[in-house]
Design a protein around this ligand. Structure first.
Ligand SMILES: NC(=O)c1ccc[n+]([C@@H]2O[C@H](COP(=O)([O-])OP(=O)(O)OC[C@H]3O[C@@H](n4cnc5c(N)ncnc54)[C@H](OP(=O)(O)O)[C@@H]3O)[C@@H](O)[C@H]2O)c1
Length: 282
């Protein structure tokens, strides 16, 4: 039987780049996408990888991409919707254009690309779709609201699609990575003209979020999500903070969790919270 083929978006750096290497090393064919021509040779050292241009904001290109991807190796078995970026800052100082752009990339582009692969997977009665959400969609961080709203949309979309496509042998999963050391934090689309009122709290909040794990952890979880054969599980977490949040929520219940998390966001974390959550790097 010929090797399986996966499509991965946003592979110039970070999780996407590492995932290309993870799947390639395991013998998969990979259709990797980048959005800049200068990145087209980023996987040139890997024989079983075809790198194609795709800006996921372009819905027409997304909708046409299923057939183009299938032409590369003759079949497609899985899709990882990884491309995305982080819009940060108080919502008051975030323009509606920034909010729209955040959703265009993280949500609407992802939906358009997913729509391109659903008919392929449905007709072949198999396929795995992994959508990259974020632990921020579970946690409720301040100064992150447009981003986490976009990632919450991805999470709920994944659960709905999981139910919708299961009867066709297609499995949809959502990944909630914790904070990982990638280029995302150097490319933040920041709110501008932030009122002075916010600055001290925003800065103090930023100083608390110093858990930055090795992104290889997430690439390995991506590989597991595609290959573990589990057709029932939707939510997967990666990293010490990514794994801790849902566990602490289950342990404390939503209301107690929220009390503890709010206190932590005010810089008043309790000994209980500090004992349950991974320590930031100093
Ligand atoms: N790192 C974290 O802590 C973390 C935590 C939770 C979730 N995530 C999510 O994980 C995913 C990967 O991020 P990362 O941390 O690996 O960051 P990264 O190193 O910045 O990688 C993001 C990738 O997405 C691409 N991308 C951005 N906008 C795009 C667009 N419109 N069309 C096509 N590609 C686009 C980037 O391309 P360019 O190089 O051209 O910008 C890059 O290849 C994102 O969805 C992010 O939201 C990250």
């Amino acid at each position: 039987m010929s090797a399986s083929t996966i499509v991965i978006t946003g592979t110039s750096s970070g999780f996407g780049n590492l995932a290309v290497r993870r799947f390639s090393a395991a013998g998969w064919n990979v259709v990797a996408t980048v959005r800049k021509k200068t990145d087209l040779d980023v996987h040139a050292d890997l024989a079983n990888v075809r790198t194609l241009l795709l800006d996921v904001d372009d819905e027409q290109a997304d909708l046409a991409f299923g057939d183009l991807a299938k032409e590369q190796f003759g079949r497609v078995d899985a899709l990882i919707n990884n491309a995305g970026y982080f819009q940060g800052g108080p919502l008051e100082a975030t323009t509606m254009d920034q909010v729209h752009r955040q959703f265009q990339t993280n949500v609407f582009g992802l939906i358009a690309l997913t729509k391109a692969f659903i008919p392929i997977f449905r007709e072949q009665r198999s396929g795995v779709i992994v959508n990259v959400s974020s632990i921020s969609a579970e946690a409720g961080y301040p100064y992150t609201s447009a981003y986490e709203a976009s990632k919450a949309a991805v999470a709920v979309l994944s659960e709905g699609l999981h139910a919708e496509l299961a009867e066709f042998g297609v499995t949809v999963k959502a990944l909630f990575p914790g904070n990982m050391e990638t280029r995302i934090f150097s490319k933040v689309d920041r709110a501008e003209d932030v009122p002075q009122d916010y600055l001290a709290s925003w800065e103090a909040f930023g100083a608390q979020n110093l858990v930055r794990s090795d992104p290889q952890i997430t690439a390995d979880v991506m590989f597991r999500m595609v290959t573990d054969g589990d057709t029932r599980k939707v939510r997967y977490y990666s990293g010490p903070d990514g794994e801790a949040i849902p566990r602490v929520k289950r342990l404390l219940g939503q209301d107690w969790y929220w009390d503890e998390f709010s206190a932590r966001n005010r810089g008043e974390s309790t000994p209980l919270w500090d004992a349950l959550m991974p320590a930031p790097k100093r």
